[in-house]
Write a protein that binds this ligand. Structure first.
Ligand code: R5P
Length: 282
């Protein structure tokens, strides 16, 4: 059975349809003191696929509870799919005394599963932090499908680390160039500075591609530069549309025409599902 966490219900349903597996209906309750209780009252069978994006501390706890609940209900084989893995950006201690949060979370999740599947974690090396066998899925190619027709497109990564994703989307689109900007983020203030590449953008359609849009600082800086340089249209595409706080407003003010994301996080811009890519791994 596919067992959805509360933050991945649409994706879990799509995955159930894609794989022909039945879809469990967990309940997500909360005690008066705030503690959560995620249960699987009608779980049946030996194999469980728990699908949960961990975009909040509550979601991490819910995931651990669902893993335990399916074991209690008789599952002997548990696969844990984490479409969006929170804390993946704290993959090292950046200052003395900080935790490696990604490792701490990975260890906890590993205790309740036989296998883990991650979708485009911010740093692929976080897969090594899991004690259970872990597969990393690159689902960026699905972002090409919801893009409109593009004129002389440039697929631009807002930093060098996102170049592979930009190339994946360009390849799935079937035409266009790729390039990247240089980015510097002040870790104390979070402010982002972008150093433009020399790529000609005037009168071209530009798709800025990143693994995640979180605060929107990176993407909106990139979009502003492109608009100033005369790009015809600027679109934003990301695997994980976190879009925290005022990110959508920042992007709109910067001049983005459209934001396209997947359903690893369920947002208004989640225009395409990663379910077909995940189904190949199950
Ligand atoms: C950074 O390396 C990532 O690829 C993203 O560019 C970054 O995490 C996005 O964060 P924000 O939206 O807060 O700028």
């Amino acid at each position: 059975m596919i067992v959805p966490g509360s933050s991945a219900q649409t994706l879990a349903a799509a995955l159930a349809a894609e794989t022909g597996r039945s879809l469990a209906t967990p309940t997500y309750e909360r005690f008066p003191d705030g503690e959560g209780l995620a249960s699987v009252p009608e779980f049946a069978g030996d194999a469980a696929v728990v699908v949960a994006s961990t975009d909040s501390d509550e979601a991490w706890v819910e995931l651990l509870q669902l893993q335990d609940a399916v074991r209690e209900a008789g599952a002997t084989d548990v696969t844990t799919v984490v479409p969006y893995m929170g804390y993946a950006r704290q993959d090292q201690a950046f200052k003395h005394g900080q935790p490696v949060s990604a490792r701490a979370m990975a260890r906890a999740v590993s205790t309740g599963t036989d296998r883990v599947v991650l979708v485009n974690p911010h740093e692929p090396n976080v897969a090594d932090y899991y004690d259970a066998p872990t597969t990393v899925v690159d689902a960026a190619g699905v972002l090409a499908a919801p893009l409109p027709d593009l004129d002389d497109p440039l697929f631009l990564a807002p930093d060098e680390g996102a170049t592979d994703i930009a190339e994946t989307v360009r390849d799935a689109h079937g035409a266009g160039e790729t390039d990247f900007f240089e980015k510097h983020r002040d870790r104390d203030t979070g402010e982002v500075e972008i150093s433009p590449s020399d790529a000609p953008v005037a009168d071209r359609d530009v798709v800025v591609v990143d693994d995640i849009v979180a605060t929107g600082s990176t993407m909106s800086e990139a979009v502003e530069v492109l608009v100033e340089r005369g790009a015809a249209r600027v679109l934003a595409a990301c695997v994980h549309p976190m879009l925290a706080s005022n990110a959508v407003t920042k992007l709109r003010r910067a001049g983005v025409e459209r934001v396209v994301g997947t359903d690893t996080l369920e947002r208004a811009c989640s225009a395409v599902s990663v379910a077909p890519v995940l189904a190949e791994e199950l």
